[in-house]
Write a protein that binds this ligand. Sequence first.
Ligand SMILES: *Cc1c(COP(=O)(O)O)cnc(C)c1O
Length: 430
Amino acid sequence: MAFMTPDSVTTAPPLLADTAIDDVDLAALAARLGTPLHAYSSSAIRQRIGGLQAALRGLDATIFFAVKANPNLAILQLMSNAGVGADIVSVGELRRSLHAGMPPERIVFSGVGKSADEIAGALTVGIHRFNVESHDELLTLQRLAKVQGVTARAAVRINPDVDAHTHAKISTGKSENKFGVSIDEARRWFAERKQLSHVQLDGLHVHIGSQILTLEPFRLALQRVAAFWQELEQAGHPISSIDVGGGLGVCYRAGEDHPVAAADYVGVIREALAGYRGRLLLEPGRYLVAEAGVLLTRVIRVKPGIERQFLVLDAAMNDLQRPSLYDAWHDIVPVADEPRPLTTYDIVGPVCETGDTFARKRVMPECVAGDLLLIKATGAYGASMASTYNSRPLAAEVLLNQGRYAVVRRRQHFEEMIAGEPPARHWETT
Ligand SMILES: *Cc1c(COP(=O)(O)O)cnc(C)c1O
């Protein structure tokens, strides 16, 4: 199951953490850089990219990394160097991608709320394609492209009304979700395609949700897209680009989560879109980076409670929101080479909310204050969703590579955190 509630008790034997990742010693790293610390293995990320690219061999397919999963510039640079593009959802992500050296022709823009300014900015730099999510957006794109005297390439984001069997907050392909348009509506867009003088509407896009652990939802969605593509071709609307979205799940809970293999996933794409000769786009986010990342944290203290024992960490919900936001499970293990007796903890952070809980009733090796722990599989939607709640500065991020490390975000200073907050001295009227 993808999302066990933190209340469920694990029966799998808790593992000790590896003492090194990407040949970098974790205890030494934490001693040098402090905790909490997000660490990413570049070897692991490259391996994921390589595996997916190998599975795609023979297809005219390009991977566009969903930047929101991990927008760190060094990660984007790594993606760019590996031939991977960017799937962006804001002008901030556009600027990050360009800053990291991503060529504009390897950037696609998704999202229901692209503002006119954002669309104009993306047109100016000449991005590869817009994944359009509403008729109003389509007309805005036409108007702004006309102003700039350019032609925008566009795909319709189809809402295929498919249940991705994932957490409700990250399901995006059901008719009740805000994303995409129905096939009926998309059909009307193509019928009036010729009136769009500055939009080349020749693509289909679908993204049904995140952390999907079975092939069935992908197959269903792609079958619907394939049927629509064939219908459009027959009606004289050539489709040169099909974007199959992201959503591939990862293993958050060893022994419980069984992600689909890249080759099987691509097999479903090949089968559903057999006969299609245009370009394929893939937008994985989590799959490329989640398991490559860990959050290093230290035990501040062990607090005996009235009913339970609490393990209080120096990491909190502001560093990793997934458990409090989605009831998400993360394996948590001490960095130690000696086995220890097992006990049961509620694992919490210092933030003043009961929601600041990483795990409830978690069976794991006994810990003492000062112990170094790993929260695993935090490379996606970890640092990218971090905040300074409780005035906790943003944690540092470090990229590991075959025995060496590079700090790719230094720990935020207090002064940086309060920058932009002048005292209310200059009172003005509107
Ligand atoms: C978030 C998102 C993705 C990536 O989702 P993952 O589950 O991280 O692979 C891809 N496409 C779109 C449009 C998205 O919003």
